[in-house]
Ligand binder design. Structure first.
Ligand code: ATP
Length: 574
């Protein structure tokens, strides 16, 4: 019955058997098609092979899982199906069961080994392990520069290489190791043929969503699944929304990869069901000139929603809570509730500044870290922030009890088999006790006493006092005093990807606004291409109201550029 309201293009995708390359614009219903494809396959009486849905971030997978669960299609990873990140698929099916040459331990994922500190001799400057090339241990000059390291790196390089070797010997792998090992396993012809047979007996179809986020290694694994394992693959993407360049993203390769599919396997998805036509017009101007193509037609219920796009032109000290307040004001005036809106920016700190939350430097101080986590837990509406706050406070308890001993958080968890149930309740109780509410009379001095009382139990016997570990610093006032305005939430652009909100405020900053606009006007080179695509992703999340907060120096230029589409745009100085 759900098929009735699908467009012909959507139906063609849902009914397509075999491999396909599906490219679409924002809001075209990619996720909708994936859900309907699951319904079509799972409702066949003959369906006995597994169906797998993969994407590249945990956020994208939880979004997809939510939609599949809502429709009672695949509520969990019930055999023979698999829903998860591309990384977890590779780990489960290409690496973990086969072990590693030279390692007699069972393999484990330790995602944070890049943060281990390499200190070759006492007193030497410590450098993170991810400052060194994985293949040969050589220092990465730009990473070294960032932390002011300018000495002979030879001893650091040797120490980094031996640390990596030790991790591999212990079977402690991060996701880049997993990718490398998978590719080397697949390069073995006999292994590749056998694994191909096994996986094709298990999976009848694999759907790779958000494929614009894959890197060249991912693409070669997708190719292997399609051509060697002969599993029908649906590659679903919007190349204009590729914003994971730091993983070695594949915009150009993806266009070339599309050409490896036959014409009847290349399926387009056009039209935007999410946004009003006014927003579609503006979003169209956010594609670089050579990729602009035609404007997406608004097709959904909100297509005629008649609301101006706004530019908030800000000067003064830069991004401040004036932006959040002005945005909320426009939303309220138009009957849109703050809970249905998001402020979004490239960096977490720009977004938080725009809603008045604390963004200062925390450094290594345990008391500042604790205060920051407690404030996030109590005042952020983002469940992810709360999850991280709990983990961060657990890490603080480990630091106080001196359990880390040069190991990363996840190494300790894995090596000591620490079950989340054994600590979570206690940590959440501590965070609840440490809630800070100035209106109720709480003060910094009183809070730090509470904190020391709660966390003193973790101090090893005979060790320094808890007051030394949790210092009463003046900066605590800034952290404990920064309560974000109620109602508005801030997210990074990577966090809002794949989502939609009634109102969106995109914050541009002086660091990138000028470069992005030059790119959108002239596309001289690719330097600002990814920043421009981020702006495109952010703006295309809006359903009814789209607001840009732009530094005063660039706001006229931005207004001119987005109005060139014929959209109605209003400018307000704040
Ligand atoms: N045929 C349709 N009729 C009405 N609404 C639709 C149709 N297809 C999709 N939609 C709605 O359009 C909105 C966007 O769909 P969806 O989230 O699947 O888009 P998407 O292509 O995954 O977007 P993006 O890549 O920008 O995140 C959703 O609210 C969805 O329910």
């Amino acid at each position: 019955m759900a098929e009735l309201s699908l467009t012909d293009e959507q139906l063609a995708i849902v009914r397509h058997e075999g491999s396909a390359f599906i490219s679409a614009c924002p809001g075209a219903g990619k996720t909708r098609c994936i859900v309907e494809r699951a319904r079509a396959v799972l409702s066949k009486p003959s369906a006995c092979l597994g169906l797998s849905f993969l994407s590249f971030t945990n956020a994208a997978i939880s979004e997809l899982q939510e939609r599949l669960t809502e429709d009672r299609l695949l509520s969990s990873n019930v055999f023979p199906h698999f829903v998860g990140t591309f990384d977890s698929f590779i780990w489960h099916y290409m690496v973990e069961p086969f072990g590693l040459d030279g390692c007699d331990k069972s393999l484990k994922i330790i995602p944070d080994t890049g943060g281990l500190i390499v200190t070759p001799f006492p007193g030497a400057q410590g450098l993170r392990l991810d400052c060194f090339e994985r293949s040969n241990g050589k220092i990465i000059p730009e990473e070294a520069r960032k932390v002011g390291f300018n000495r002979d790196p030879a001893r650091h390089e040797a120490a980094a290489q031996s640390l990596r070797a030790q991790l591999l010997e212990n079977g402690q792998l991060d996701f880049d190791d997993v990718r490398r090992i998978a590719n080397s396993n697949l390069a073995d012809k006999a292994f590749s043929t056998r694994l191909g047979d096994i996986l094709s007996a298990r999976f009848g179809e694999i759907v790779v969503d958000e494929a614009q986020d894959c890197n060249p290694d991912d693409l070669s694994i997708i190719d292997w699944l399609k051509d060697v394992a002969k599993i029908p693959i649906k590659v679903v993407c919007d190349p204009h929304q590729s914003i994971y360049g730091f993983r070695g993203g594949v915009s150009d390769e993806l266009f070339k990869y599309a050409d490896t599919f036959t014409e009847d396997q290349r399926l387009p998805l056009t039209g935007n069901f999410r946004s009003s036509q006014n927003i579609c017009k503006v979003v169209h101007t956010l594609r670089a000139p050579r990729q602009r193509g035609v404007e997406d037609e608004a097709l959904g219920l909100l297509k005629d929603y008649d609301l101006d796009v706004h530019v908030l032109s800000y000067g003064g000290k830069g991004v401040s809570k004036k932006i959040g307040a002005a945005f909320t004001n426009i939303a309220n005036k138009n009957g849109i509730a703050a809970k249905d809106c998001r402020v979004t920016a490239k960096t977490r700190s720009s977004g938080l500044n725009a809603i008045g939350a604390y963004t200062g430097n925390i450094g290594q101080s345990l008391s500042l870290k604790l205060a920051n986590s407690v404030m996030k837990f109590h005042y952020s509406d983002n469940p992810k922030d709360q999850f991280y706050a709990v983990t961060d406070v657990h890490l603080i308890t480990m630091a106080i009890s001196e359990k880390l001993n040069g190991r990363s958080y996840h190494q300790v968890i894995s090596e000591e088999n620490i079950d989340i149930l054994s600590w979570r309740g206690q940590v959440v109780k501590i965070i609840r006790e440490l809630r800070f509410d100035a209106a109720a009379g709480d003060t910094r001095a009183e809070w730090i006493t509470r904190a020391r009382n709660s966390l003193g139990i973790f101090l090893p016997t005979g060790e320094s006092s808890i007051a030394q570990k949790l210092q009463n610093q003046a900066k605590l006032d800034d952290i404990l005093g920064a309560v974000p305005a109620p109602g508005i939430s801030a997210r990074t652009i990577h966090e809002v990807k794949g989502k939609q909100y009634q109102g969106v405020c995109v914050v541009l900053t002086t660091a990138t606004a000028k470069g992005i606009l030059t790119h959108l006007e002239e596309e001289l080179d690719n330097r600002m291409a990814e920043d421009a695509r981020e702006l495109y992703v952010a703006a295309s999340r809006a359903q009814k109201l789209l607001v840009f907060a732009c530094p005063k120096s660039q706001s006229k230029r931005l207004t001119k550029h987005i109005s060139s589409s014929g959209a109605t745009v209003q400018v307000t100085e704040i």
